[in-house]
Ligand binder design. Structure first.
Ligand code: GLA
Length: 706
């Protein structure tokens, strides 16, 4: 039984395939964490439910590990819930009221209730048994007549069992440098990861991993959590003076307010947590499989991602029917399956200074509309896709002139521009309707099979002055609720359309968005060398199927680094492949090689997109090696990309993972060297790899032959 309650001990047990998650109700009616990790017997946890006092300065609750942390009484650690009642009282006293255990899905709901006011909180735990994951969220309810104001509505508090597990792994980044891995060993105090920018942001991503000091890719105990939210979020990792390691996360309480009217229920985003006793590698693989099975939109979750071409780096805003057709012909010859036209096709959008918001085709560039280009693309055997940035407006646009009140802002302030644009107030229903209308017209009137939805600046001056003061801080959440509602509606109206989430690259990659977005644009940085570390950081929490990677020009526009075509392809083939270079300038030799690499990718993409991923060697070591293996251990593919050869180094060895030890495999390296080895040999003896010169690269294919 994945969930059960022991009435005698007042303990709940949530079991996954390999873990126990145990909580109990203490004498004060608090819900306490007792264990999370390896399977144990819940009766061994009973002692932990007893109060453990220290001094009048350090209330009992500081030694306990609460599952939900309302701010009130003697609670001083980071709270997960904070409210102000109608009479000005801002102190919560919530205790266990009741619980429900459900089947399919396996679920525990523990209801807590304030002892005086009509406020209830459901702590919802849903078990994803096969991946050792628990999805948690809260439902906060007003069951009375008087309204109250929520000032904090966190999704979950995760308690990490042992203070030795204090090594925090997370990602930090910026535009063109997203998802850089960081590690930090906690001492007492708080470490906050967050976004206050109105979107997920490229600066930090809403996930954490806490492990023992020695944990690595293969060994060690790791507790981790990923938050499904695309707006302002906050994850506070705290080590208390008593050594408790706790993680509180959810919607950011900074500048947050939500009025709870009579009968209201507020559902927080899901924060999914898990445990691995085989290091970060197993953590990632559990998350990847979970995303493919439960999170990615059903319509396309099982279908291969198509090889796409995008014209942005080739043409910038200078798009027109004729030149796009020329590029489309060249892309089709390479085996591209989806042709995407980027920014610049609408309004007066000749640069980033005007036209954003005017979603009608620019007749100078496309005199007969998009249809001739779409027909041409379809005749070449490709689907057609298009770029949009619906949440934004240039002040120099018809939309802004008609609706200057549709943007966030304060009356005494001039709105700060970012990339010459302002953010539409998507909290307003008329803005939501406008976006839904133009997007459904665009999709209904054109044979469009792919949308790249961009967001190129953060929210600022977050004013919404037309609503009563108490409701103004709701914008941070309402924007995202309406965004999700639009995506959900569009997905149900146009199930055949694939959606990509982009925010100047990887600024809106998160589990919340992944329920609607089939894929993410991981970064505007298309330098194949930089990409290796961006992709490595991305892979900690997210699956390769949803990671779009383009091969661009030989000299990259950002770093001006020149890279060989094979290296560029192999770097991009570790996710879902796209091409984004100016094909008009590629040599015949490069075009020939590109065609071969696209062909090769199509042969292996089922392994890359659906298989188990093993990070064999980090790009930081100068030799990046990533392996993907299909579920049945029949086939595997390994990408090895070196930085530079030094000191006359001889071949180095890579040690493969995830193969059946007793089976025999045929190893093919670039079609040149062929050898046979057992799975055990590939793991323990390893495979010699020789790279040549700077930016050498190899792809190795492995197939079971018995
Ligand atoms: C953002 C995206 C790019 C491109 C441009 C277009 O920067 O990340 O891929 O679409 O906008 O303006």
């Amino acid at each position: 039984m994945p969930v059960f309650y022991d009435q005698d001990t007042k303990i709940f047990v949530l079991e996954t395939r390999n873990t126990s998650y145990i909580i109990g109700i203490n004498q004060a009616g608090g819900v306490q964490s007792l264990h999370w990790g390896e399977k144990v017997n819940h009766t061994d946890c009973v002692n932990m439910l007893k109060p453990h006092s220290h001094s009048s300065f350090d209330p009992n609750i500081e030694k306990e590990k609460e599952e939900c942390c309302p701010w009130g009484g003697l609670f001083y650690a980071e709270p997960s819930i904070k409210a102000v009642f109608f009479d000005g009282v801002r102190d919560l006293k919530m205790t266990y009221e009741t619980h429900t255990i459900n089947k399919s899905p396996d679920e525990l709901i523990v209801t807590m209730k304030d002892e005086y006011y009509n406020m209830e909180v459901d702590l919802v735990y849903r078990i994803i048994e096969e991946f050792d994951l628990i999805e948690r969220h809260c439902i906060i309810r007003n069951t009375g007549e008087d309204s109250f104001l929520m000032e904090n509505a966190g999704s979950a508090v995760w308690n990490i069992p042992n203070p030795d597990n204090s090594k925090l792994t997370y990602v930090s980044g910026k535009w063109a440098g997203e998802s850089q891995l960081r590690q930090y060993s906690l001492t007492e105090g708080k470490f906050v990861l967050e976004s206050r920018k109105g979107f997920t942001s490229p600066n930090f991503n809403p996930w954490f991993a806490l492990s023992n000091e020695a944990a690595d890719e293969e060994y060690g105990t790791v507790w981790f959590g990923v938050l499904a939210w695309s707006g302002n979020w906050k994850i506070t990792v705290e080590k208390t003076s008593f050594g408790n390691v706790r993680v509180v996360g959810g919607i950011n309480d900074f500048d947050f307010g939500w009025e709870m009217l009579k009968g209201a229920a507020f559902e927080t985003p899901v924060f999914v947590g898990g445990y691995s006793n085989q290091g970060y590698g197993e953590m990632s693989r559990k998350l990847h499989e979970y995303q493919r099975k439960y999170i990615l939109p059903k319509e396309h979750a099982d279908k291969p991602r198509k090889v796409l071409y995008n014209s942005w780096e080739a043409t910038g805003f200078n798009v027109n029917a004729e030149e796009q057709m020329v590029l489309a012909e060249k892309a089709a010859k390479l085996g591209v399956e989806l042709y995407v036209i980027d920014d610049g096709w609408f309004g007066t959008r000749n640069n980033d200074q005007s036209g954003l918001g005017d979603w009608h085709v620019n007749k100078n560039k496309f005199p007969e509309g998009l249809t001739p280009l779409i027909k041409k693309v379809n005749a070449l055997g490709m689907d057609f896709g298009i770029w949009v940035e619906p949440e934004m407006v240039n002040p120099d646009s018809e939309l802004f002139r008609a609706h200057p009140d549709w943007v966030y802002g304060f009356p005494t302030r001039i709105g700060s521009l970012g990339r010459n644009q302002l953010v539409l107030n998507l909290s307003k229903d008329e803005v939501k309707d406008f976006i839904l209308d133009f997007m459904s017209d665009l999709l209904a009137n054109n044979n469009i099979k792919f949308i790249k939805w961009d967001m190129n600046r953060p929210v600022s001056e977050p004013g919404w002055m037309e609503v009563p003061e108490k409701r103004r801080k709701e914008i941070w959440v309402r924007h995202i609720i309406n965004l999700y509602a639009i995506w959900s509606k569009l997905k149900s109206m146009f199930p055949e359309v694939v959606f990509e989430s982009c925010a100047g690259g990887g600024g809106r990659i998160d589990l919340g968005m992944m329920r609607y977005a089939d894929q993410f644009w991981a970064s505007d940085n298309t330098d194949a060398f930089d990409r290796l570390s961006i992709q490595e950081g991305y892979s900690y929490a997210y699956c390769s199927k949803a990671m779009m990677c383009w091969v661009t020009d030989p000299i990259n526009y950002l770093n001006h680094r020149k890279l060989p075509i094979r290296y560029r392809f192999l770097s991009a083939m570790m996710g879902s492949l796209g091409i984004g270079g100016n094909l008009n300038e590629w040599s015949d030799e490069d075009l020939g090689e590109a065609g071969r690499m696209v062909g090769l990718y199509k042969e292996i993409r089922h392994i890359v997109q659906e298989g188990k991923q093993y990070r064999l060697s980090s790009p930081g070591s100068g030799k990046a090696a990533v392996q993907y293996t299909d579920d049945k251990m029949n086939e595997s593919v390994v990408f090895v990309l070196g930085h530079s050869q030094q000191f006359a180094e001889s071949p180095f060895r890579i040690y493969l993972k995830g193969l059946a030890p007793e089976r025999t495999y045929l190893v093919e390296c670039e079609g040149e060297e062929v050898l046979r080895m057992s799975g055990g040999g590939l793991k323990n003896v390893g495979l010699p790899i020789a790279l040549k010169g700077d930016f050498g690269s190899k792809i190795i294919r492995i197939k079971a032959v018995d």
